[in-house]
Design a protein around this ligand. Structure first.
Ligand SMILES: C[S@@+](CC[C@H](N)C(=O)[O-])C[C@H]1O[C@@H](n2cnc3c(N)ncnc32)[C@H](O)[C@@H]1O
Length: 212
């Protein structure tokens, strides 16, 4: 079962193979040009460097992450100075030199809204089947009606043992709505032996966008 404890334990034991050292090339390639200071939500953000890239473009970035270890590592690894205050169940860490906040706590307790855009990498696919639709609904409720979404999803054959979970195309459109479109997809199995070794002949990473 994928519970909050599962994720806290992954961070405690350092099993964070999902973390990328650099900035995700798909973000750089497919992120739209939005007005500076647009508010960008990054759900289930881990300690992703993608947030720094977004903040450096001038956007007001808010990441939400459950694990205090992830937050401490993100702030510490980047030598950020920051202020922290508590809002109900959530701790808000505001970075001084970049337009960036990390909200520490359960995403489902995070109720701010009117975000202009959302970046989802390894967040929707981290959610088990039983919680995925609720995750998407909660995310859409955080966004303004004219918000952009950039989503990186995964689809693979063989056993659907996640995270990351395999998500079918029809399920993406039924959860995110008809406005979401696939921009590009790449089968990583032929070029990345680790996926073949795990029994996948298809391991497709796809990029989706809601473009208002
Ligand atoms: C697969 S990782 C992806 C992290 C990040 N998006 C990245 O690209 O590196 C999923 C993250 O979601 C966090 N998470 C899981 N459930 C959460 C919840 N209910 N609220 C906030 N964060 C959560 C986990 O601690 C983990 O860091």
């Amino acid at each position: 079962m994928i519970t909050n404890e599962f994720w806290l334990d992954r961070w405690k034991t350092g099993r964070i193979g999902f973390h990328m050292e650099g900035v995700n090339p798909k973000l750089v390639e497919f992120w739209p040009t939005l007005p500076k200071s647009s508010h960008v939500l990054v759900p289930l953000c881990g300690k992703s460097n993608d947030m720094i890239w977004l903040a450096e473009q001038g956007y007001q970035v808010t990441g939400v992450e459950l694990s205090s270890l992830a937050v401490v590592q993100f702030l510490g690894d980047n030598d950020f100075s920051y202020d922290t205050h508590q809002e109900g169940e959530l701790k808000i860490h505001t970075v001084h030199d970049l337009p960036l906040r990390i909200v520490e706590g359960d995403y489902f307790q995070f109720n701010e809204s009117h975000f202009d855009a959302c970046y989802d990498r390894a967040a929707m696919v981290a959610m088990p089947d039983s919680k995925r639709a609720e995750y998407v609904r909660h995310t859409l409720d955080r966004l303004s009606p004219s918000a952009w979404v950039l989503l990186i999803s995964l689809y693979y054959d063989g056993e659907n043992q996640g995270p990351p979970f395999s998500v079918e195309e029809h399920s993406i459109t039924s959860m995110w709505g008809e406005k979401i479109h696939k921009i590009v997809a790449e089968n990583l199995a032929p070029t990345h032996p680790q996926y073949k070794e795990r029994g996948h002949s298809v391991f497709e990473e796809s990029v989706w966008r809601i473009q208002p």
